[in-house]
Design a protein around this ligand. Structure first.
Ligand code: TPP
Ligand code: MG
Length: 458
């Protein structure tokens, strides 16, 4: 994402004039780069470099801040054609460089001239591994390596676990897919992570949540972003290029390892068949997932997120969208607009709580204006549900988490969006199925039990 802001004229910056704020300081911690453009010619180069990085480099938002005088300046058009000083070349195989390795077990000296040395060492790890695991992160998507990964794992019969943003890069129905790893991981993925002797971590950060599913096996980490490398062997490079480089390396036969993994569940065994008239959220979510066909799901943040996470089998990459490591409430509805525009032939289902929905409710106007086929499944438990649960667990709560909600049906209708209520078992399934035929924006207010807790992570 390229974010462009306008600023007060250069000579007034820092004078605390009307509408001035140090906007670069606001953006710096939440972007991968934030530049103040102080020269129009340099501005062109920076824009071109930013676009090039966004296409080929580390993924994330880049912010460019233009003071008014810089935006109004005229530049020579030849600048648009000048070659960039630093064309990103990290996709080239020759650029795959080895970071200082932190070796588990026997240290191996890798300080040799030839750049083939790290790969020879990697090959050694691979050839010796009896229990390999691929840990796939979103970098697999960003490097367009989804097909390469599938061919690779099928050829070598390597099981795959994923991070949350990479769910579905290998269909969770695939026999080699173990599902999500880490804090909310499946028993199979976490068993594999803890018992593998070699983990190929491809395009992931190895966040603290992911690491909860890992054990003592050697980790080879591949990532374009050198700041996240923390494996035992680190490759600062692109996942697609890495797979290409090692695709012919032979692994040991993995049949025994795969048989061992068969004993562990690839889902979370959540019970959903409640018949209570006061609808349980897990039952509602199950009905949404059953009714939505191959729609794309966009998750907001709250207890509903965890139910989706535990109940959904993600069969296609990019079909479960969420906000990543930040988890902001209010993400779901505007993100659904973006998803719907990017994938116009798909239905988009947003799962959002009554709290999160009200943080960006104005986006209903955009949905209505563009007539996007977005189905908003609003789980109304009249509270900030997950906060209520945590307060009760740890602080003798609840405190100030009840929501005095508006009439959501009237609210959506006021934005010219059709809205219905579903509040008993079976209703949600029918409502979602019907809404797919409608092919229009729709809000389904799903009234659920406000006292239902999500299961705690193991
Ligand atoms: C912008 C923002 N503020 C606060 C939080 C902390 N937070 C996470 S979930 C949550 C409550 C969500 O309530 P709701 O959307 O109704 O979902 P529920 O848990 O009830 O399913 C809060 C306050 C957050 N993630 N993002
Ligand atoms: Mg709620």
């Amino acid at each position: 994402m390229l974010v462009i802001t306008g600023d007060v004229p250069s000579q007034l910056k820092g004078e605390n004039v009307f509408q001035e704020v140090d906007v670069n300081s606001v953006f710096r911690p939440i972007t991968i780069q934030s530049h103040l453009i102080d020269d129009p010619q340099k501005g062109i180069t920076i824009i071109r470099e930013a676009l090039s990085t966004l296409k080929m480099g580390k993924t994330g938002p880049i912010h460019l801040n233009f003071p008014k005088d810089i935006l109004q300046a005229e530049i020579d058009s030849y600048l648009l054609e000048e070659p960039l000083l630093q064309e990103k070349s990290s996709l080239l195989l020759g650029e795959l460089a080895l970071e200082e390795p932190l070796l588990v077990g026997e240290p191996v000296e890798l300080k040799a001239e030839s750049e083939e040395i790290p790969f020879n060492y990697l090959k050694q790890l691979i050839v010796n591994s009896e229990k390999p695991l691929i840990l796939a992160g979103a970098g697999v998507l960003w490097s367009h390596a989804v097909e390469d990964l599938e061919i690779f794992i099928e050829k070598h019969q390597i099981p795959v676990a994923t991070t949350y943003p990479a769910r579905g890069v290998i269909s969770e129905d695939h026999p080699l897919s173990l599902g999500l790893i880490g804090l909310r991981g499946t028993p199979a993925a976490n068993f594999a992570g803890k018992n593998a002797d070699l983990v190929l971590a491809l395009g992931c950060r190895l966040s603290e949540r992911t690491r909860k599913g890992l054990g003592k096996g050697s980790v080879i980490q591949v990532n374009l972003d050198e700041t996240v490398l923390r494996g035992d062997v680190n490759i600062n490079g692109d996942v697609k290029a890495f797979l290409e480089k090692i695709k012919e390396t032979r692994f040991k036969n993995t049949n025994k390892w795969l048989d061992e993994l068969q004993k562990y569940e690839r889902n979370h065994g959540v019970f959903t068949e409640f018949e209570e008239t006061l609808l349980k959220p897990q039952r509602a979510i199950k009905e949404i997932l059953e009714g939505m066909g191959d729609s794309i799901v966009v998750n907001d943040a709250g207890s509903h997120t965890t139910w989706v996470n535990l109940l959904m089998k993600v069969k296609e990459s990019s079909s479960l969208i969420f906000s990543g490591g930040f988890g902001p409430m209010g993400y779901g509805v505007p993100a659904a607009v973006g998803v719907s525009l990017a994938r116009p032939h798909k239905h988009v289902v947003v799962v959002v709580g009554d709290g999160g929905f009200q943080m960006n409710v104005q986006e209903l106007a955009t949905i209505a204006e563009m007539d996007l086929p977005i189905i908003i499944c609003l789980l109304n438990n009249q509270s900030l549900g997950i906060i209520r649960q945590w307060q009760e667990l740890y602080h003798d709560g609840p405190f100030q988490v009840k929501l005095n909600n508006p009439d959501f049906v009237k609210l959506a209708t006021a934005y010219h969006i059709k809205a219905i209520i579903a509040d008993s078992p079976g209703d949600v399934l029918v409502a979602v199925q019907d809404s797919l035929k409608l092919n229009k924006p729709l809000l389904i207010e799903i009234k659920v039990d406000e006292n239902e807790d999500i299961p705690l992570p193991q």
